[in-house]
Design a protein around this ligand. Structure first.
Ligand code: GDP
Ligand code: MG
Length: 440
């Protein structure tokens, strides 16, 4: 049990300080994670630079380890870079709302158009899809098939069974048709090419000119990494789009393209697509993507809960007590309470990356905590602050009062002494000085 307590207390009292060594290490780790997640090198460097700066000015909360606190700073920074808040679609004051969807071939436009129709239908809208990808008959068929699954109509222009190759006309007529049929949203699916080219850009720009959309969405395959960023830039220069749709986030990619795109084009990411199925679409939330990029499990909620449970003043007092050797059984008891208030031990420890996996097999005995509590509660205040007065008679009384054996009381006292020694050594090792001792 001593080991378990040890780890628990270490994670809660924050045994270390952020110093130059561990911040450099952590920054390296974070930068590596960002690069692995396809974040552009310059963007990754800007992020770590800003995090370093923020960490320097930040007081270290003693309730979490410095690494965890840094992770939280990084997470906040990523969320900020990703746009902070979720941004929704621009809807027209007078329907129909016109949404123009553009992007390279294979990026997932047609699939997205159907998904968006489904999403909007579930919110009570009545979409109409415009088949403005007029060059391949298969494209119109694909849109029809998907639209059937969603139960929304498709507008296309045919002459003698032949598709009329006039994308602007399709878009324009679809909007007029929607007005007639009281459809309140028109989603225009357009043609893409393998690479950005003038003809494609001109066509999309012409559609934009003709229908004056409320929303232009740029669809991009997140698997294409750095190419996605360049494509986004070119489309934005030509179209000045309103929002980005990231597709294929179900693949190996960890979403770093999102960070880079957001930084480069300064337009909000509005949707994320995570599969071929029509319900694999979600509204984009920067905080969730930040978590995904960091791949850090629930560390953020751990840090947040720790912060709630533990204010800095208490932490300072505790530090002082440890330093001056005043840490007593009452303080020990308070710590245990705090740990338990934070939730089940197993849950909490499981949330800490690294530690979580090491401790997985360890069966944390929450009953043991209860016994320790009972023993401390059976002590008089004087005994709690002066454990050395605990002679045989007192120990027997405490054992009886808390329903344990005398040897359990002995063990607790021994553990407490060992822990105190260890805490003292640690507080000496970490020394004096500012909590964040780091140069840029
Ligand atoms: P378009 O050429 O831009 O219209 O792209 P499509 O909508 O036809 O999609 C191209 C391919 O990507 C199709 O096979 C889709 O099923 C697939 N696809 C689209 N979105 C996703 C996604 O989010 N995840 C995965 N795994 N596949 C997708
Ligand atoms: Mg298509």
């Amino acid at each position: 049990l001593s080991d378990k307590l040890d780890s628990a207390l270490k994670s809660v009292t924050g045994q270390g300080r952020i110093n130059e060594l561990n911040i450099a290490e952590t920054m390296r780790e974070i930068r590596r994670a960002l690069l692995n997640a396809d974040v552009n090198y310059k963007v990754a460097r800007d992020i770590t630079d800003r995090v370093k700066e923020k960490a320097t000015g930040d007081e270290v909360l003693q309730s979490v380890t410095p690494g965890e606190q840094l992770t939280k700073i990084v997470y906040d920074e990523l969320t900020r870079v990703l746009g902070g808040e979720h941004v929704g679609l621009n809807m027209a004051d007078h329907p129909p709302t016109v949404i123009l969807v553009a992007g390279l071939q294979g990026s997932g436009k047609t699939t997205f158009v159907a998904k968006l129709a489904k999403h909007l239908r579930s919110k009570g809208h009545a979409p109409l899809l415009a088949a403005a990808d007029v060059y391949r008959p298969a494209a119109v068929d694909q849109l029809r098939t998907l639209a059937d699954q969603v139960g929304v109509p498709v507008y296309s222009v045919e002459d003698d069974g032949q598709i009329v190759q006039d994308a602007v006309r399709v878009a324009d007529e679809a909007v007029a048709h929607a007005k007639q049929k009281a459809r309140d949203v028109v989603i225009i699916d357009t043609a893409g090419r393998m690479h950005v080219d003038e003809a494609m850009m001109k066509e999309v720009a012409d559609i934009k000119g003709a229908v004056d959309p409320n929303e232009i969405l740029f669809v991009v395959d997140s698997m294409t990494g750095q190419d996605a960023v360049n494509t986004a830039k070119e489309f934005n220069e030509q179209l000045d789009f309103d929002g980005v749709v990231l597709t294929k986030l179900d693949g190996d990619t960890r979403g770093g393209a999102a960070l880079s795109i957001r930084t480069v084009v300064e337009k909000p990411i509005k949707f994320a697509s995570t599969g071929e199925k029509l319900d694999a679409l979600s509204e984009f939330y920067p905080d969730r993507m930040a978590q995904r990029i960091l791949g850090m499990g629930d560390v953020v909620s751990f840090v947040e809960r720790a912060q709630e449970q533990y204010d800095e003043e208490q932490a300072q007092q505790l530090k002082q007590k440890i330093k001056s050797d005043d840490f007593d059984l009452q303080d020990f008891y308070d710590q245990l309470q705090r740990i338990q208030n934070m939730g089940s031990m197993k849950d909490l420890i499981g949330m800490i990356p690294g530690v979580g996996s090491q401790m997985k097999d360890l069966d944390l005995d929450e009953d043991a905590f209860k016994h320790i509590e009972a023993m401390i509660l059976s002590m008089t205040p004087e005994e709690r602050s002066n454990p050395q007065i605990l002679n045989g008679t007192r120990r027997r009384r405490i054992a009886k009062g808390s329903g344990v054996e005398v040897r359990d009381v002995n063990q607790l006292i021994k553990q407490f002494r060992d822990m105190k020694k260890m805490m003292k050594t640690m507080s000496k090792l970490t020394g004096q000085g500012r909590s964040m001792n780091l140069k840029k």
